[in-house]
Design a protein around this ligand. Structure first.
Ligand code: XIL
Length: 469
């Protein structure tokens, strides 16, 4: 059942029964080359792209424009991949080397190659602290903000309709334990720079999926919690965001996290796509192969994980070539990591025909009699790290239901709320009140809803109080 579902959904496949009929009908009547073409088209599951397509996903790679004249490189690219990401050619320093002067020659070469060969394009990256042209590095304040909006608008407009997904903002959060934004000239223009970039990108190219992309966010940690809080807030406030990219650059110091799949899933549960955007895993042999298989299986187990891109083709093409982190060796031969990746793709879960609901419906607890007269109750759960936390508060209506509610949380001295979602917060320190927003105020008797907030400092202890209206 599931394999026929996968076959039915795919685009470039021929059913085995039809394939046999087609081949026998054509043998002897057409040139051998034609038969070969049919056989190749029918061999679903023998390349990364076809195997991923069987599971409703794409399989991509970073591409460098100056390698498009290398026949080994292009041979592998065209055979194995159906998504490309320009490795450097769409970055700010490449596309706008002087302010207001846009150069698209190298990026256009990659896009043309992709289009001519039936591949999609991930755009990378519109707004980023790194690889900025010198003139932008020297700007600040409103001049930089306007330059950024103009850059996003111009580049997204140039490629309008040609981009599957844009990395609108790349790497905006700091490493380390406090879940803070990364300091950069863009961040110093104001905390809203990210949503401003997303809104500009949506206006310029409404059909591209808009992604936030980062590294060290592959497992649950302070940094990914902060991204999670931002994305939740964007969804609650209607800031246009469609996907989160997980770069997934791994090595022995930063291996595939044990909660990789769970982390992808919790982002997907926010109601957006997740993508593995820059996968490479330093190492060799079986250990490397197993890590690749783990990543592929995790993506296939998350229905909204829509595709995987590796960050280059051969080890020698890699930005960290000495770690031999890719699927093909320097001669273009398939490595053990390639075989493990292909096998994992071929044995993985297809996207279910009816995907599970993106936000679980509010659950009705068993009929424990709510305390008489209580309008609502609230309970709090925490994810903590040194210096900060994310709190999830569950509000449950009493016997009369609610038209609206407010939960009050008392914070320890020195603790502050930095962000809240699915609720309107008043105040940031001391006693903080969180009131319902338009869509979650009305609860029937016993029904629950959840909101969340992020904070710095010591997490709150105790049960929040709740009042209903
Ligand atoms: C890297 C490229 O691979 C290199 O060629 C370049 O010198 C530096 O950037 N995260 C990203 C990518 O989002 O853009 C980076 O690409 C790798 C890390």
């Amino acid at each position: 059942m599931s394999s026929s579902t996968a076959r039915d959904r795919g685009s470039a496949r021929v059913r085995p029964d039809r394939r046999a009929a087609l081949v026998s009908a054509t043998v002897g009547t057409v040139a051998a080359g034609m038969v070969l073409a049919l056989a190749t088209a029918a061999s679903a599951g023998t390349t990364l792209a076809t195997s991923a397509a069987e599971k409703g996903r794409y399989f991509g790679t970073a591409v460098a424009a100056n390698k498009l004249s290398d026949s080994t490189y292009v041979g592998i690219l065209n055979r194995e991949f159906n998504m490309v990401t320009p490795e450097n050619e769409m970055k700010w320093d490449a596309t706008e080397p002087s302010q207001g002067q846009f150069t698209y020659t190298s990026a256009d070469r990659i896009v043309s190659h992709a289009q001519a060969n039936g591949m999609r394009v991930r755009g990378h990256a519109l707004a980023w602290h790194s690889q900025q042209p010198g003139w932008a590095q020297n700007l600040s304040g409103s001049a930089l903000r306007s330059a950024m909006v103009n850059h996003v608008t111009q580049v997204a407009t140039h490629y309008k309709g040609k981009i599957h997904s844009w990395d609108v903002v790349n790497e905006a959060f700091a490493d380390g334990g406090n879940g803070a934004r990364r300091d950069s000239n863009l961040q110093r223009t104001g905390n809203d720079w990210i949503e401003v970039a997303f809104r500009a990108a949506r206006t310029a190219d409404p059909s591209a999926k808009l992604c936030y992309n980062d590294y060290n966010t592959d497992g649950q940690n302070a940094k990914s919690n902060a991204v999670y809080a931002m994305v939740s807030d964007f969804k609650a406030r209607g800031v246009p965001i469609d996907c989160v990219g997980f770069q997934s650059h791994f090595n022995s110091a930063s291996p595939v996290p044990g909660d990789y799949q769970a982390n992808l899933q919790r982002f997907a549960n926010l109601g957006l796509d997740v993508q593995i955007t820059e996968l490479d895993i330093e190492g060799s042999g079986t250990a490397q192969a197993n890590s690749y298989a783990t990543v592929v299986r995790a993506c296939l187990a998350v229905s909204r994980c829509t595709g995987i891109s590796v960050w280059g083709i051969r080890d020698t093409d890699s930005w960290r070539a000495s770690g031999t982190p890719l699927l093909f060796d320097g001669n273009g031969n398939k490595k053990a990591a390639y075989t493990a990746t292909l096998d994992a793709l071929n044995s993985g879960t297809p996207i279910p025909t009816t995907p599970p609901p993106t936000t679980p419906p509010p659950t009705t607890p068993p009929p424990t009699t709510p305390p008489p007269g209580a309008g609502c109750t609230a309970s709090l759960s925490l994810q903590t790290w040194t210096g900060g936390f994310v709190a999830t508060v569950r509000v449950t209506a009493g016997s009369s239901g609610t038209n609206g509610w407010a939960a009050t949380v008392t914070l320890p001295s020195g603790t502050a709320v930095t962000n809240a979602w699915n609720a309107q917060s008043s105040g940031t320190t001391g006693t903080v009140r969180f009131a319902n927003v338009a869509y979650n105020g009305r609860l029937t008797a016993g029904q629950s809803t959840e909101f969340g907030f992020q904070g710095v400092g010591t997490p709150p202890a105790g049960t929040p109080s709740c009042t209903a209206s």
